[in-house]
Write a protein that binds this ligand. Sequence first.
Ligand code: NAD
Length: 261
Amino acid sequence: MTDLTGKTALVTGSTSGIGLACAKALARQGANLVINGFGDADAIEQERLELEKLSGAKALYSGHDLTKAEEIQAMMAEAAEAFGGVDILINNAGMQHVAPIEEFPVEKWDLIIALNLTAAFHTCRLAVPYMKQKGWGRIIQTASAHSLTASPFKSAYVSAKHGIAGLTKTVALEVATSGVTVNCISPGYVWTPLVENQIPDTMKARGMTREQVINDVLLAGQPTKQFTTVEQIAEAALFLCSDAAANITGTNISMDGGWTA
Ligand code: NAD
């Protein structure tokens, strides 16, 4: 068991899916939490209170829009004001859009690159000084199998995820002697709202039924024929926070049922 008492974890996009599972896992180990993401205000407040019950530590909600540099700066400032700084940074917020390249909406390209890639650049650059000063830190990016391989109709997402894999390696090298590790976790398909929401567009783009999209697109390349679970990803993130993982840095850990094998 990794004791994270006294540490502060910031998980972007933690009002749903993978981020929420990571926030819960980190809270169970005693970390203070900064949660972020969109959603119903009452549901988010409920989540925040539940996290505090799990940890006995504090949980702060910072609902900034991470497609905007100045809002990311504000979120990091709120975390620093509440807890001194961020020891564990999980860059997880992400979005998807499915369309052929010639029809891909320009504003969707800009948003996906901003959220899935540029936001992590900003949080990393703002988090690293505190981690270096403490001599300990963990940066974990929720990348994707799409950081290693491509699928048609996902030009922005695949580009951003390949970018995050490169950012991870670069920052890992820069902070290698500081006690700070930087890694990606790359899931295949995980059953979350992000996946559910892309089914209608994929049905349209490929002329398929819902069942065909699930079996012939989503799970087609996943040899285990299983979705990865949010809890499995959260456990991998916890492991990366442990002392046993202190010499794991710059890696891209696949959790994709064999997809990229
Ligand atoms: P999700 O849709 O359940 O959660 C996304 C989170 O990001 C939510 O909390 C949402 O409110 C937040 N968010 C969206 N736009 C935001 C913005 N502008 N600013 C701040 N927060 C914002 O999705 P998920 O499946 O849990 O995905 C989490 C991460 O995992 C993403 O980076 C995604 O690319 C990656 N991923 C998901 C899968 C999958 O199959 N679900 C597979 C591989 C990688």
